[in-house]
Design a protein around this ligand. Structure first.
Ligand SMILES: Cc1cc2nc3c(=O)[nH]c(=O)nc-3n(C[C@H](O)[C@H](O)[C@H](O)COP(=O)(O)O)c2cc1C
Length: 136
């Protein structure tokens, strides 16, 4: 497992959306923006699935994913393996959070599942000499 620093967590929470990359088993890539995201602990993040389609299908056959986020020239890339929870406390809490979010936004939103990413590797994506360097 790899652990996010306080700064990595701070930026993750600050950005409006992150890029979630998945791929089919035969290697066709897919990247989508996701905004319903949370930090569970230093090595675990959660993404709520409201609309995931090709992404969900990819994750079911290939649970290895990548999440990239940035602001200005600072950014990080997380790689790891996901599990999907569609029942239990964590899912129920996610469902409530998303329902509340929808109520605030003025349109109904429903979480179909909580995607839990266990982070195994972290890379920097800032341009410059350290670009792409493994940080954890
Ligand atoms: C700014 C933004 C934020 C989004 N956030 C989420 C999200 O948190 N959860 C989700 O399921 N879909 C979210 N979507 C929708 C997905 O990006 C995408 O439309 C969906 O996964 C279907 O694409 P796919 O078939 O490639 O998976 C968001 C879209 C945008 C533009």
């Amino acid at each position: 497992m790899a652990q996010m620093t306080d700064r990595m967590k701070e930026l993750f929470e600050k950005v409006g959306a992150v890029a979630l990359g998945t791929s089919t088993l035969d290697g066709t890539p897919n990247v989508v923006p996701v905004g319903a995201k949370k930090i569970i602990d230093d090595e675990t993040i959660l993404i709520s699935d409201q609309f995931l389609n090709k992404t969900l299908s990819n994750m079911k056959s290939n649970p290895r994913v990548s999440v990239t986020y940035w602001e200005g020239h600072e950014g990080y890339q997380l790689k790891g393996t996901i599990t999907i929870e569609t029942s239990g406390t964590r899912y129920e809490e996610t469902a409530q959070w998303i329902e509340d979010l929808g109520a605030k936004a003025g349109f109904p939103l429903k979480s179909k599942g909580a995607v839990i990413l266990k982070i195994e590797e972290i890379y920097g994506v800032a341009p410059g000499p350290g670009a792409g360097k493994q940080l954890a």
